[in-house]
Design a protein around this ligand. Structure first.
Ligand code: F6P
Length: 548
């Protein structure tokens, strides 16, 4: 396979990118009053407006041609049908099978995927209903009041982002807590809040070997046994989610208390599996099913929509256009909805652990920038943190603005004020304010010519900052499923277009391996270590002072 940059559509886009750098978005809008109609599309619950991106019809046509030349449709069908597109781990990529609500049969490696998924969903449903109804009793005969989810990365971010997004809908049956960081402060603060008699721990780890998770899990068991003082009691208070039954058994969790997942579910794509247990325990199984329903809707959209109306494909093409052609190295995720405050963190793993690579399918270094740095926070808070840079910095940061039409909770005029900022900021980033407008404004404020001369250039906003606006009906369970699935398929399309394997994560191995070695060295009092002078110096400094 030749390098993507050799494709005719890629080369046409490079020419277009050079031309687009000479154009200002405000002129594109001034010259064409139908941009919104041309460059926006809808699916149930979502309006997707990409008209404020640095594109015109020619660019969109060329981007669609690029998708066709990269054979997106064939790759999409390969993914849904269970072909092993995770080429370096020889695995299928079937997070879509976890939410295949029409239960169409799917067999992979002689295993009926649909039936094992549905069997696991039934197991989850029974367990969740037992816990939430008070039938699941702890070692002193009390019902569960607190759930502690122990996991990191994809075993944490999906559930925590979703329960944070939907906590307005939660009843007071259960509280949910998350422990992901191996920094003892986090688990200590959670253990202070809970009662061992009424707490259920969910240890989520696809491999059940992740050091941070295993450390936290061992600490939780030790804390629990200080009260229960009976290993038999562990079975009533600890369940696990993993593919590794050998390790869960060795840890002391009975097989019947292990919810399984499969190697064809990537960690960062796993909230639809039993990794999503905290969502179901906290909000009820019906809410968890609604999340699955929303994702399934988007799967169908992704499979059937024409490329020009295919939202996840358009999201991917815009990201490739901004990053690999226009040279914008980062992308901000700016939710104007407090419920989505963890979305940026969730997408950091989703996008950067999937596409933060530099070699293509054939293992050859690619000559183009692959993934943008994904970052962000709730937009309103960002306006008082980094919007100065977004408006007047000399780096351009394309941004996804996301808001909802109906708030989860209506408080006076708050939502209109929130949405006025949502609309204003993308307009300001697109239009900017030029010298003529600044001069007029300062004159109207009575500034002298000298004052105007001194201030003028400091107040110019270049504008021409590309953004996408997504308007959700409201942030409910189904919409959370839709939104996450849109980004999952965007990530998939981006990987195919960039010809990189989005589903392995070899880049996390080096750090993990070194940490394990250094952990052993920190337990050894000798002060010489086989590292560089900085690492040796830091370790010695730490070891000398930690005992003081
Ligand atoms: O960050 C590396 C990684 O392997 C992620 O892909 C994964 O979600 C996380 O660590 C946790 O892995 P596990 O679920 O196996 O504990």
């Amino acid at each position: 396979m030749s390098c993507r940059s050799q494709l005719a559509s890629w080369q046409a886009l490079q020419t277009s990118a050079n031309k687009m750098k000479e154009i200002h978005l405000k002129d594109l809008f001034a010259n064409d009053s139908t941009r919104f109609e041309q460059f926006s599309t809808q699916i149930p619950g979502v309006l997707f407006d990409y008209s404020k991106q640095l594109i015109d019809n020619n660019v969109v046509t060329q981007l669609i041609s690029l998708a066709q030349e990269c054979d997106i449709a064939t790759w999409r069908d390969k993914m849904f049908s269970g072909e092993k597109i995770n080429i370096t781990e020889d695995r299928a990529v079937l997070h879509t099978a976890l939410r295949n609500r029409n239960e169409s049969s799917l067999v992979v490696d002689n295993e009926n995927v649909s039936s094992v998924v549905n069997a696991e969903l039934q197991k989850i449903k029974l367990f969740v209903n037992k816990v939430r109804s008070g039938q699941w009793l702890g070692y002193t005969g009390k019902a569960v009041k607190d759930v502690v989810s122990i996991g990191v990365g994809g075993s944490n971010l999906g559930p925590q982002m979703a329960t944070e997004a939907l906590k307005s809908y939660a009843d007071d049956t259960l509280k949910v807590h998350y422990v992901s960081n191996v920094d003892g402060v986090q688990i200590a603060s959670v253990l202070k809040e809970i009662d061992p008699e009424t707490t259920l721990f969910v240890i989520s780890s696809k491999t059940f070997t992740t050091s941070e998770t295993m450390t936290n899990a061992k600490t939780a068991v030790a804390w629990f046994l200080e009260s229960a003082n009976d290993k038999q009691a562990i079975a009533k208070h600890f369940v696990a989610v993993s593919t590794n039954l050998e390790k869960t058994a060795a840890f002391g969790i009975a097989d019947e208390n292990v919810f399984t997942m499969w190697d064809w579910v990537g960690g960062r794509f796993s909230l639809w599996s039993a990794i999503g247990l905290p969502i179901a325990l906290y909000l009820g199984f019906e809410a968890f099913e609604a999340v699955l329903d929303g994702a399934f809707e988007v799967d169908e959209h992704f499979k059937t929509a024409e490329f020009q109306e295919n939202i996840p494909l358009l999201m991917a093409l815009l990201s490739v256009w901004n990053t690999s052609f226009l040279g914008f190295d980062s992308q901000a995720i700016l939710p104007y909805d407090q419920a989505l405050h963890m979305l940026p963190a969730y997408l950091q793993q989703g996008e950067m652990e999937s596409n933060g690579k530099h070699v293509n399918f054939a293992g050859n270094t690619v000559p183009y920038t692959t993934v943008p740095i994904i970052w962000g926070m709730t937009g309103i808070n960002g306006q008082h943190a980094f919007y100065q840079c977004l408006h007047q910095g000399n780096v351009v940061v394309p941004a996804d603005f996301i808001a909802s039409i109906k708030p989860q909770i209506n408080v006076g005029e708050h939502h209109d004020i929130l949405l006025s900022n949502f609309f204003a900021q993308t307009e300001a980033m697109m239009m900017g304010v030029d010298a003529q407008q600044v001069r007029a404004d300062l004159t109207a404020k009575g500034k002298t010519e000298a004052e105007i001369t001194q201030l003028l250039n400091h107040k110019i906003h270049q504008g021409n900052r590309p953004t996408t606006s997504m308007l959700l009906d409201t942030v409910d369970a189904k919409t959370v499923g839709r939104l996450i699935a849109l980004y999952e398929h965007k990530i998939f399309c981006q990987g195919i277009i960039l010809a990189i394997c989005s589903f392995d994560q070899w880049g996390v191995e080096l750090g993990k391996g070194l940490a394990s070695k250094i952990e052993a060295e920190l337990l050894d009092d000798s002060v010489t270590h086989p590292h560089d002078s900085s690492t040796n110096g830091l370790m010695s400094y730490y070891k000398q002072r930690r005992a003081q």
